[in-house]
Write a protein that binds this ligand. Structure first.
Ligand code: EPZ
Length: 418
């Protein structure tokens, strides 16, 4: 199994270009099913989850190939509406294909996506919305058998602002007769990127970024060439690495308006954050201060995906910080690994209290999930001595090459393949 080896104690200095956003490109890859024309996705990140999506598209009869950092997708050859259980289980968010397949084929057979390290990942809101649009969905033996001779535009209301449900219903609505509105929609920047992609293909989608999205269905969509937005969680990771280790870094392509909840906390902790037209500069000197309670929430609140990463940066801060994880049930699995490195953390249900310590020690640790793994890299750069990070396939799901990027910022970290 591959590992990362990191040696802490070095201030970071340097510049890195932030990769394309995983959580934008995954729904956009599903959206390519809505047109039979070719699509070029520029700045597409090379990730395990993108590879899994490509395997799903190819299993449906589509073509996909890389040209530099562009992924070219051609769905003209689509000949199936069924995704195998193995492919569904490879990636938790594979449910995002359901709405697009239904819109294209009027039927879809796929298995229930499994839960994941973060806890149960239900899709009841996805299914309720699709049923509201006229889909007949039978759930039997872990399989979802979906039929929709016609999808009808409807006024839908989500009981909570689910990112995946919002995206799935946007895609299904493109194939519906009439207009669909989605109220209490998620407002994440990745949803705005999906809207921009759909409109670049000739769609008529509006309201993304607000709580009410409107989709005019039945419009034939054509191909396009589209640049994926930069990954705000990857940007947050590298800002937190500079905060943890100290130093002065520049993140090219990062857009502060996408991660202002994170930069606000880092400023409160004592970091100097300066955005400009091309990216974000971050300068951190001296010991960080503990901050007011950090409560994760749907966008524009503090992103759950940055919870472990920020926690890692605050392990040596002066004082104590309270975290409350409101989105996922089981998103503190990284805490035990942080404690192995000398952190002082107490958890009780969805609350974690981090009391800053003077020093952290490198140790052999293992990734428990994608963002917990990235957070271990942040902590390793703030610890004394060497840290060996295993099970890094979790990190490869969402980071093209975290060691490469952190080395560009001056970190002593490398990948060791068996
Ligand atoms: C997306 O997951 C992201 N993944 C996650 O990023 C992110 O943490 C999450 O949104 C929240 O921002 C992608 O975009 C691929 P949700 P998603 O539906 O769509 C409950 C990462 O690290 N819920 O907004 O699955 C659910 O259980 C990943 O990049 C229902 O109850 O998130 C959770 O508690 C991790 N019923 C909450 O809503 C449903 O039908 C938020 O889930 C759907 C969701």
């Amino acid at each position: 199994m591959s590992q990362l080896l990191a040696r802490g104690g070095r201030r970071l200095e340097g510049e890195v270009a932030v990769q394309g956003a995983k959580n934008s490109v995954l729904p956009i890859l599903a959206a390519t099913l809505l047109t039979e024309d070719r699509v070029e996705l520029r700045g597409c990140p090379r990730l395990r989850d993108v590879d899994a999506s490509i395997r799903i598209l190819k299993s449906l009869g589509c073509e996909a190939r890389w040209e530099g950092d562009s992924l070219l997708v051609d769905t003209a050859g689509l000949k199936s509406w069924s995704i195998s259980d193995i492919l569904m289980r490879e990636m938790r968010s594979s449910a995002i294909f359901l709405g697009a397949i239904l819109a294209r084929c009027c039927q879809a057979d796929l298995s229930y996506p499994g839960g994941c390290e973060l806890g149960p990942r239900p899709i009841d809101l996805h299914l309720a919305g699709l049923r509201g649009m006229g889909a007949e969905i039978r759930e039997c033996g872990g399989a979802l058998l979906c039929r929709a001779s016609r999808l009808l535009g409807r006024d839908l209301v989500l009981s909570l602002p689910s990112v995946g449900a919002t995206e799935n219903l946007m895609l299904a609505a493109c194939g519906a007769e009439g207009t669909t509105t989605i109220a209490n929609a998620a407002r994440e920047p990745e949803i705005v990127d999906l809207q921009s992609f759909l409109n670049a293909c000739g769609g008529r989608v509006s309201g993304a970024g607000t709580s009410t999205i409107s989709v005019e269905g039945g419009r034939p969509l054509h191909g396009c060439s589209y640049r994926i937005m930069p990954d705000r969680v990857v940007a947050a990771t590298y800002l937190c690495a500079a905060a943890a280790a100290g130093g002065s870094v520049y993140l090219r392509n990062a857009r502060e308006e996408h991660l202002s909840a994170v930069t606000a906390v880092l400023r409160e902790a004592g970091c100097g954050i300066r955005p400009d037209a091309e990216g974000i500069a971050c300068c951190c000197t001296g010991r960080l201060r503990a901050v007011r309670p950090v409560r994760t929430a749907p966008y524009p609140g503090f992103p759950t995906d940055a919870q472990a990463i920020l926690m890692g940066a605050l392990l040596r801060s002066q004082g104590a910080t309270v975290f409350e994880e409101t989105i996922f049930e089981n998103r503190y699995r990284h805490v035990d690994e942080f404690v192995r490195m000398g952190a002082n953390i107490r958890t009780a249900g969805r609350v974690a209290v981090v009391t800053g310590v003077e020093r952290l020690q490198g140790a052999p640790v293992r990734c428990t999930d994608l963002r917990g793994g990235a957070a271990l890299c942040v902590v390793a750069l703030a610890a004394e001595g060497e840290t060996e990070i295993s099970e890094i396939s979790h990190i490869d799901r969402g980071y093209e090459d975290i060691a490469r990027d952190l080395r560009a910022l001056g970190a002593d970290i490398s990948r060791r393949d068996p």
